[in-house]
Design a protein around this ligand. Structure first.
Ligand code: MEV
Length: 327
């Protein structure tokens, strides 16, 4: 593969099941209509340029780029059945080169930018027919670089797209994904800067699990149960919007107890609810980052988005994203 290759993959909005998915409980999410794009230009050495929206390279360098390229090479070889035994000469060894990365998603903002990067790279370096399940497995392996114990739900949404319900059957394996039916609703979706990254937040929950296993496991079970309660697959009817929204409020309460929310996030969510949203919660790893509010009508969307803008002004925070989507 010695020619330029381009691939893009969508970000995700987790609706239910963040953190509890790491412990094998079900989760539900939806792929966003916002993408991360990678262009690979073959060359003698690996290098990478991240762009912030336009054509100006981002100021932050790609974290530990050399280690990432080594991980990428190992992962692609490992995914070639003939590659392991002869890794130095494997035909599936990815050709090095320059990676240019453009993102419509705020980086590390809770919308799965790292999963989308892994999904786009899987698409570029996984030769052969388009096979989203095989790409998911590669993207999942790549995602381990960014946080040691991904559940697979972020890369699942990025490679499979649409709305997906995830169920785990065997520890350490990828979950099963099924297309999920959601109530028809409008979401006001936003993201605020995070003080900490996914890896630290997932580690924080693991520490809690070690310090107070009974309470923490109960919270995980409850988060999983809330996720299961809104899951409708195949010919099942989706729950109604009000039930979906109150389930989001219940999940947010538990995530708050787990110290995954922040006072700012709580204020934005309560401001949105006061303006007419039926419910809402953080989305993704937390600590700031992404959130969503559930609205029944488009008129409510405008009021809620305005309330969020006002609350951001009061909190003197610039959102890294604020948009609405119809589900
Ligand atoms: C991060 O978007 C979601 C987490 O549940 C981690 C994971 O599932 O890998 C916090």
């Amino acid at each position: 593969m010695n020619r330029e290759q381009r691939a893009r993959a969508p970000g995700k909005l987790l609706l239910f099941g963040e953190h509890s998915a790491v412990y094998g409980y079900p989760a539900v999410g939806v792929a966003l209509d916002r993408y991360l794009t990678v262009l690979h230009t073959p060359g003698a050495r690996w290098s990478v340029t991240l762009y912030n929206g336009g054509d100006t390279p981002a100021r932050e360098p790609f974290p530990q780029a050399d280690r990432f390229f080594a991980h990428l090479t190992r992962t692609i070889i490992r995914c070639d059945p003939a590659g392991e035994s002869n890794s130095a000469h494997s035909t599936k060894r990815p050709v090095p080169g320059h990676l240019q990365v453009w993102s419509d998603l705020p980086i590390a903002g809770g919308f799965g930018s790292s999963a989308a990067l892994c999904a786009a790279l899987a698409r570029i370096f996984h030769p052969g027919e388009y096979n989203p399940i095989a790409d998911w497995a590669i993207a999942h392996e790549l995602e381990h670089f960014f946080h040691g114990t991904p559940s697979g739900i972020d890369t699942g949404l990025s490679t499979l797209g649409g709305a997906q319900a995830f169920s785990f059957f065997r520890p350490g394996e990828l979950p099963e994904a099924r297309e999920c039916r959601l109530p028809s609703m409008h979401l006001v979706v936003g993201s605020i800067p995070r003080a900490t990254d996914t890896k630290s937040l997932v580690t924080g929950v693991r520490r809690r699990m070690e310090d107070s296993p009974d309470t923490t496991m109960r919270y995980m079970e409850q988060l999983g149960e809330l996720s299961r309660s809104v899951t409708a697959v195949a010919d099942q009817s989706p729950v109604d919007v009000a039930t979906f929204a109150s389930t989001a409020n219940a999940a947010q309460e538990i995530l708050r107890e787990l110290e995954l929310s922040t006072p700012t996030l709580d204020n934005l969510l309560s401001g949105g609810r006061e303006a007419g949203a039926l419910g809402g919660k953080l989305s993704g790893a937390g600590g700031g980052g992404a959130f969503y509010l559930v609205c029944e009508t488009e008129a409510a969307v405008d009021r809620v988005a305005e309330a969020i803008r006002e609350a951001l002004k009061r909190e003197q925070i610039t959102a890294t994203a604020l948009f609405s989507m119809a589900v």
